[in-house]
Design a protein around this ligand. Structure first.
Ligand code: FES
Ligand code: MG
Length: 573
C-alpha cells in the first residue's frame, strides 16, 4: 500500500521542537484543545468579505456555514481575509488591483499552515483574483460563489443590475426622470444580498468557476439569498476536507480541457467579455497555454442557450428557477470535453445528467437555440495586430459590417469634455474611438468601452454606434463595442495613430478591424508618435504599469505568470 502523504500543516503543527510549540501555543489563545490540530486537514477559508464590497457583504455569514461543513468532515477551519475588490466604489478601477489581490491570496495561502482552500467570492474581480493566486500555490481548492441578488422591480417592471445605470442619460433626457425617480430606483435595483443579477461579469465568473470544475455542481446559479446557497456552502466545507485526503489539487482539475469547457459554456450563457482576460490570466498561472484565438475557435460557433440580460430578457433568479447552469451543461454535453474532472471527483459531463429544464423561455436547447452563434469574436487587422474582441450577441446586427469616419477621443477626460458638445461633428455612422484606457494607459483597463452616445444622437433615436477602445466593458453592458484592442494606444499601438475623419472598417463576419489609411501614412504617423509620460512614479501603480502585460495575455503582471508551488523552505527561526 502506498504511504499516505503527510499533511502540509503537520510541518507546522506536528513539530516537537520550539517552533511546533510556538505554532500551536499562540493559536490556543482561542481556546482550542491540544488535540485540535492533530493529524486533521487544516482548511483556509479565504474570505473576500468587505463592507466596501457590497456584493460580498454576506460572506462573513457564509464563512461560518463553510466552517460547519469543515468541522463535520473532521477538518480544522481557519478563516482569513484577503484584499476585496468592489466594483462600485474603487477608483480608478478594480482591474488595476486584480493582480495585487491575487498576490495577497497567493502569499497568504503559501505562508500559512494550510492543506486545502475554500475561496469565498462574489463581485467581479474577487473570483479571478483569488483563483489566480490559488493556482500559483496549487493546493486542493474549492470555490464558494456568493451568488446573485434577487431580481429587482421598479414600478412593476423587472430591472436588473446595470439596466438602470446604462440608461440614466436616456431616462433623464427622453422620459424626464427626476432625482426622486432615480433615488427610488436605487434600492429596487439592489434588492437583496448578492452580486449583480444579470449574466454580467460576476455571474459570468461564477459560471466560469463551475464550468472549470471548481464548484460543487449547480452551485453557481443559486441566488445569494436562497437558503440552498448556504446548504451548498456547508457541503463545500465538507468536500474540501475530502479533497485534501484525495490530494485533488487545482492542477488536476484545471487542465486544458477544463479551460475549453469554460470557453464553450461562456458562449452558451452569453457571458461577459471580461472572461477572456480573466480566464487567460488563470491559465497562465496554472501553466495551460491559452490564446485569444482559442476563444474564437472554440466559442464563436456555440449557440446562445440562455435568455439573460444583457444579451436577453431575464435575470439570474429566473435562470435558477429554470434549472440554472446544470441544464445548460447537460445540453452542452455533446460539445464539452469528456475527461475534465471537477471538485467532487467526477467528470463535468457526469455531474449534470439529471438536470431538468423548467422554463424554456429562459433556457433554450441546442436544437432550438436563442441565437445560432453566440461566443466572442476575435478581430485582427492593422488597428489591432494582437487582437481585439467583440461580443456579437450584445451587438447590433446592422453594425456588424460597418465603415465609418473616426471621431477620436484622446482620453476619457477628452471624451467627457466633448461628447455632448452640440458642434461635435458626429452622426450615427461615425465610429467612436477612445484611446488611453488600456492596461498601462488608464492605468488598469477600466470598463469604459461602452461609452454613452452623444446626447444629440440619443434624442434623434440612435441607440447604438460602433465604439472602439483599448478598454473593457462591464458584463452588464451591451452595444457594438470593440474592446481590448492590443497593443494599446499608450504603448504606440495603431489605435494611438487614428485621427479624426480616418475611415475605419469593421467586419465581424470576416473578423477584421482596419484603419483605412496607406502603409506609408501609417509609417509616417508611427515615426512621429511620442510615448506619454507614465502616470505613476511610485508604489503599486508603478509596479503595475512597469509589468502589466497586454489584454491578449490576460493583463497579468509578467513576473506573476506561473506558480511557485506550496513549499516554503524556511521556518520563522
Ligand atoms: Fe459587484 Fe456587479 S458590482 S458584481
Ligand atoms: Mg461589472
Amino acid at each position: 500500500m502506498a504511504k499516505k502523504k503527510p499533511l502540509r500543516s503537520s510541518e507546522w503543527f506536528g513539530g516537537k521542537d520550539k517552533m511546533g510549540f510556538v505554532h500551536r501555543s499562540w493559536l490556543r489563545n482561542q481556546g482550542y484543545p491540544d488535540d485540535y490540530f492533530k493529524g486533521k486537514p487544516v482548511i483556509g477559508i479565504c474570505n473576500t468579505w468587505s463592507d466596501l464590497t457590497p456584493c460580498n457583504g454576506h460572506l462573513r455569514d457564509f464563512a461560518e456555514v463553510v466552517k460547519r461543513g469543515i468541522l463535520e468532515a473532521g477538518g480544522v477551519p481557519f478563516e482569513f481575509p484577503v484584499m476585496s475588490l468592489g466594483e462600485t466604489l474603487m477608483r480608478p478601477t478594480t482591474m488595476l488591483f486584480r493582480n495585487l489581490a491575487s498576490m495577497d491570496t497567493e502569499e497568504s495561502i503559501r505562508a500559512n499552515p494550510l492543506d486545502g482552500i475554500v475561496l469565498l467570492t462574489g463581485c467581479d474581480k474577487t473570483t479571478p483574483s483569488t483563483i489566480m493566486g490559488a493556482c500559483s500555490v496549487d493546493l486542493p481548492t474549492i470555490v464558494v460563489p456568493g451568488g446573485p441578488m434577487l431580481s429587482g422591480r421598479f414600478r412593476g417592471v423587472k430591472i436588473g443590475s446595470g439596466s438602470m445605470n446604462w440608461m440614466i442619460k436616456e431616462k433623464r433626457k427622453k422620459d424626464g426622470y427626476t432625482e426622486e425617480d432615480f433615488t427610488e430606483a436605487e434600492v429596487c435595483v439592489a434588492r437583496s444580498i448578492g452580486h449583480c443579477n444579470t449574466m454580467g461579469t460576476a455571474s459570468t465568473m461564477a459560471t466560469m468557476a463551475e464550468a472549470l470544475g471548481l464548484t460543487l455542481p449547480g452551485f453557481s446559479s443559486i441566488p445569494a439569498a436562497d437558503s440552498r446557497k448556504k446548504l451548498f456552502a456547508q457541503l463545500s466545507g465538507r468536500r474540501i476536507v475530502e479533497m485534501v485526503k484525495e490530494d485533488l489539487k487545482l492542477s488536476k482539475i484545471l487542465t486544458r480541457n477544463a479551460f475549453e469547457n469554460a470557453i464553450i459554456t461562456n458562449a452558451a450563457v452569453g457571458g461577459s467579455t471580461n472572461l477572456i482576460i480573466h480566464l487567460t490570466a488563470i491559465a497562465g498561472r496554472i501553466g495551460v497555454d491559452l490564446t485569444l484565438d482559442d476563444f474564437d475557435i472554440l466559442g464563436s460557433k456555440v449557440p446562445l442557450l440562455v435568455n439573460l440580460k444583457p444579451s436577453g430578457d431575464h435575470l439570474m433568479e429566473d435562470f435558477f428557477y429554470a434549472g440554472g447552469l446544470p441544464v445548460v451543461l447537460k445540453e452542452l454535453k455533446p460539445m464539452l470535453r469528456n475527461n475534465a474532472v471537477t471538485v467532487n471527483g467526477k467528470r463535468l459531463v457526469e455531474n449534470y445528467a439529471d438536470a431538468v429544464c423548467y422554463d424554456h423561455n429562459v433556457i433554450f436547447t441546442l436544437e432550438k437555440p436563442l441565437q445560432k452563434e453566440a461566443g466572442i469574436a476575435v478581430l485582427k487587422g492593422n488597428l489591432c495586430e494582437n487582437g481585439a474582441v467583440i461580443k456579437p450577441s450584445a451587438a447590433s446586427k446592422h453594425l456588424m459590417t460597418h465603415k465609418g469616419k473616426a471621431v477620436v477621443f484622446e482620453s476619457m477626460e477628452d471624451y467627457h469634455e466633448r461628447i455632448d458638445d452640440p458642434d461635435l461633428d458626429i452622426d450615427k455612422n461615425s465610429v467612436i474611438v477612445l484611446k488611453g484606457v488600456g492596461p498601462k494607459g488608464y492605468p488598469g483597463m477600466p470598463e469604459v468601452g461602452n461609452v454613452d452616445l452623444p446626447e444629440k444622437l440619443i434624442l434623434q433615436g440612435v441607440t447604438d454606434m460602433v465604439r472602439i477602445s483599448d478598454g473593457r466593458m462591464s458584463g452588464t453592458a451591451a452595444g457594438t463595442v470593440v474592446l481590448h484592442v492590443s497593443p494599446e494606444s499608450t504603448i504606440g499601438g495603431t489605435l494611438a495613430l487614428v485621427q479624426n475623419g480616418d475611415l475605419i472598417e469593421l467586419n465581424v463576419e470576416k473578423r477584421t478591424l482596419n484603419l483605412l489609411i496607406t502603409d506609408e501614412e501609417l509609417s509616417l504617423r508611427k515615426a512621429a508618435w511620442r510615448a506619454p509620460k507614465p502616470l505613476a512614479d511610485r508604489g503599486y501603480v508603478k509596479l503595475y504599469i512597469d509589468h502589466v502585460q497586454q489584454a491578449d495575455k490576460g493583463a497579468d503582471l509578467d513576473f506573476l505568470t506561473g506558480g511557485s508551488g506550496s513549499k516554503v523552505e524556511r521556518d520563522l527561526h
